[in-house]
Design a protein around this ligand. Structure first.
Ligand SMILES: [Zn+2]
Length: 56
């Protein structure tokens, strides 16, 4: 991991690369990154639900 990789939400050093975005360990940042990846639209919550459902 490069040291100049920063969380796209809070700008702390990033520890993960998720949803085409660098994020830190914070659950909040990961969720925000996921929302941004989902883009605008009221269907994103349903998408998240489907995604969680398919995990199990
Ligand atoms: Zn963060």
């Amino acid at each position: 991991m490069k040291t100049d990789d920063r969380c796209q939400i809070c700008y702390k050093p990033a520890t993960h690369f998720l949803f085409a975005t660098f994020v830190c360990d914070s659950e909040e940042c990961i969720q925000k990154a996921r929302e941004q990846r989902g883009g605008p639209g009221g269907h994103k919550k349903q998408k998240l639900f489907d995604w969680r459902k398919s995990e199990k």
